[in-house]
Ligand binder design. Sequence first.
Ligand code: MLT
Length: 335
Amino acid sequence: MKKVIALLLVLALVGSVVFAQGAEESSAEKVYKIKLSHSTPEGDQIYKVGERFKELAAEYSNGRIQVDTYPIMQLGGEQENVQDVATGSIETAIVYTGNFKPFAPSVGVLMLPYIFTSNEEAWNGMDSIHDELNERVIAESGTRILGYFDRGFRYLTNSKKPVRTIDDLKGLKIRVSQVDVTIETFRAWGIEPIPMAWDETPTALQQRVVDGQENPYATIDSHKFYETQEYVTEIHYMIWTGPLIINNALYESMPADLQDALDRAGKEAAEYGRQIAQEEEVRSKKLVEEKGMTLLGPPSDEEVWQEKAQSVWPKFYEAVGGKAWVEQALSLMGR
Ligand code: MLT
């Protein structure tokens, strides 16, 4: 991973020289065409955030920033998207924090299990660490965060049996994202999860290579997991959070007024994502139930899940940027 990060930094540096040259040649009226990649279909919250960013970027730049959106992983899986944004072959993307973290470890602080117990706490958390986090992310990955939003709690689904207590997890093959924090959390709960790229997950569920996965109701709905999954258990260990990122070299090569336009557009698009997150959750929860899924509510022993997951926080410190960063982030969050 260190080699990958080093390579990304070299590529980001090369990118910055190229973009800087481009900026010198550019007139104040240069039009920037920007690709935005994300993973969801029309109607989904992330899709709507992407479209909102496109509109606002055009409005605030008086048409000098033109965003073309590429939904449903047309430009590759989310981790591939992050690499492409880092090197500049895609300018912007919206990704899940877990798929960003391998390239920008410090965002992992938002993924410490049970760090947020409500959407409001997650919003406050994302806002209060934004500037410090962005500095770290730019140094780690060559990408910059323009806005951060949430999508609701990641709930556990499976096709085999109702999971009502932690012991019911035994024997289930659960796909998780390729993130150390998540993998360790499932280990703390007593099973060995199956880390897998997001773009391979729908097929793996269809072909029963895995029995289950964990994602918000909005994702269960938009990716039609109700067609392969039977049970939903509302564990609250992690809220789906995700940034809208841009290649930092490109951003820095732009005139100040366009940087402001991007900052405003990213922030407001993310705020819009937050606003609609809860109504999307209510709508998709109802829909997946209508489609035949059995909603089990929270596990009866959720305090055991929480205790086990939180007891391994110290193990995660290094993986999320170091203990000093975790302490700084918690203090910025007012903890
Ligand atoms: C994942 O499980 O990899 C993510 O939650 C997918 C996503 O970006 O929605």
